[in-house]
Each structure stands twice: as structure tokens, then as C-alpha cells.
Design a protein around this ligand. Sequence first.
Ligand SMILES: [Zn+2]
Length: 231
Amino acid sequence: MKANKWFQRSLPLASLQRAPELSRYAYIAVFSLIVVACSEGSNSMAKKNINIDQLLNQTNLNSKSWPWNGVADGMRKKWNGLIPVKTNGIARAETALDRIEVKIGRKIFDRQSIAALDTAQIKRGIIVTEGTAVEPKMNDNTCGNVGRAPKEYDYPRNFVDNKTGVIDTVLYVNLGSDFCDDRKKGETESDIAVHEFGHALGLGPHFEGFGIGPIISDAFWSVLVKLYNDE
Ligand SMILES: [Zn+2]
């Protein structure tokens, strides 16, 4: 999770509050604009569908950037079958799994098989740890990351199969650091956890609605659901 600037997006409203000289007609004009914007139903839905395809391409299919770096270019990169998860009893991680399964509409996680194993014995799956988030320059936005180990941001070598795009590895979801309490970011305590699971499930570079602007958003959910539910 890099710099989160979603609150900057509320600037227009903030400016309104800071401008007492604005007449009530100006307020009415602004709210009329909002109503017009909301009534574009079918058009914006069509636009949205195109965008979801583009976003999926940008963050997953296209392998130009991190963490894909050229591997399985043009392919869907995702886990196959149930994904073993060891949450270490971290409540917001459990909540994140629930939220993801509700959106995808089916069980995609296996929460039992590795839950009691020592991490050294785990050969495949996602392990959650807290207080272990890192990035090259630590700051108050160092709230979560995914990597090959606690306090690592590199991914394991060969974590995705170049021929099939299947992710088969051990990934750590690192939640929170000395610089950031991830539970206090976002709209709920589990938003950062959901975001990081998004990376671990196959979303690479951030996009508008996923780390650029909001931590997670409708666009994020649509891309994740499309990745796991379309062939
Ligand atoms: Zn991120």
C-alpha cells in the first residue's frame, strides 16, 4: 500500500465548506450537477465495463511491471483451487477473507489445512503477520504489503508459472508497521487487509480505486471478481 490520498478527492466539498461567501444558489447549482451526474445510469455502466477490462489488463494480464516482470504476459495470473491461508488468528484478516468470498460468491480459501502448521512446513498459501509491513522508504503510509516473508517486499522467485499463469508459492500479507496502524486507515479496520489480499490474489500495479485514490473501491472489487470468476 503506497501513499493513500483518497481524502484529497473530497477537496471540492471541503472548498465549499471553506467558502462562506458562496451563495445558496451556488450550492443549488453544485447539487444539480451531482443529480445530473447520477442520472447517467446506463451510459456510465457501459463505460465502467470497458474500464474493468482495461484495469484487469493493466494490473494482471499485462506483465510489464511489478510483480510480474515479463512472466506469463497476457495471461490471467491467479491461484488454482482453494487457497490455503494461515491468518494467525488476526481478526481483520479473517474479516477480509469473508468479504472477498462474499464478493466472489463462493469459497476460495482453505482456512484449515495450514492454519496449525509451522511456517517452515508451509509450501503453498498465504500467511498473515502483523507489525511486519515494509517498503523501501518507511513512512506513515507503510500500512501493509505482500512479500516472500515478514518484513520483505520482494516476491518469491518463480511464484507464477510462465506457461499457465498459476500462482503457486508462499506469500506473506504483512499488516501494519511501527509507522502505521492499518486498522485506522480506510473505512473499516479490514480495508488494508482486503487491499493486500488483492495483491496476493493476483492484482499487481495499483490503479484508480486500488491504492490510487481509495484503498479499495467498486472498481477494485469488479476487477478481482472478474479475475476469479471469468475464464
Ligand atoms: Zn498496494
